[in-house]
Design a binder for this molecule. Structure first.
Ligand code: GTP
Ligand code: MG
Length: 197
């Protein structure tokens, strides 16, 4: 998929106020600081479409961007602040779960995980939550520039083994780096295959 246009539409704290156009929507979610906003800039070839920061918690709202005038890309705040282990759902901010439960036009969520880290309970729980809510998802490994190719392979294999403890099949997954521009075509072409008119 070629990016012909990418524009910011609106930021919201409430799902009810998000754009009502019935066009396909793809959301990017993951722990704070995992690289969601950077990935969005990399995918769209725009330097600062989404705001990024070295400090966790930069994105605080539901941010809609319109791509090629025919699909929405959504940048979400990070999860992962809650320390107490409650039911998996309660760990995630209410407006994030509202978003996932109420957004009719959501086609898919991409859960971002830092390729350097071992599978984290909060990410695995979020994937479980998506599964229970019937929301298709893919995994995007971020910051691949921080590892050598062999280590990337090993980390992806370890992650896959962990997932296969609870899932029958692996979700689609992508290895990316926003700073080295790795994985752009793979993610965009995948989105295109799920978004054919
Ligand atoms: P919140 O909005 O706070 O939840 O964070 P976020 O997930 O949107 O992360 P953001 O894109 O703001 O990036 C966080 C930090 O990681 C920044 O310092 C980025 O420069 C850095 N970063 C993001 N992507 C990459 C990458 O692919 N490689 C490297 N080396 N650093 C990255
Ligand atoms: Mg962000």
């Amino acid at each position: 998929m070629k990016i012909k246009s990418a524009e910011f539409v609106v930021s919201n704290s409430e799902v009810a106020k998000c754009p009502q156009n019935p066009i396909p929507e793809y959301a990017f979610i993951g722990r704070s600081n995992v690289g969601k906003s950077s990935l969005i800039n990399m995918l769209t070839d725009r330097k600062s479409l989404a705001k990024t920061s070295g400090r966790p918690g930069k994105t605080q709202l539901i941010n809609h961007f319109i791509i090629n005038n025919n699909w929405y890309l959504v940048d979400l705040p990070g999860y992962g602040y809650a320390k107490v282990s409650k039911s998996s759902k309660k760990k995630f901010q209410k407006f994030i779960t509202n978003y996932f439960e109420q957004r009719q036009q959501l086609v898919m969520a991409f859960v971002l995980v830092d390729i350097r880290h071992k599978p984290q309970p909060i990410d695995l729980e979020f994937m479980e939550y998506l599964g229970e809510s019937g929301i298709p998802f893919g995994i995007i490994f971020t910051k691949a520039d921080k590892l050598k190719p062999k280590a990337i392979e090993r980390h992806v294999d370890d992650y896959s083994l962990e997932l296969l403890k609870t899932w029958e099949a692996l979700p689609p997954y992508f290895v990316t780096s926003s700073s080295k521009k790795i994985g752009q075509d793979e993610v965009l072409d995948f989105i295109a295959t799920t978004n054919e008119e």
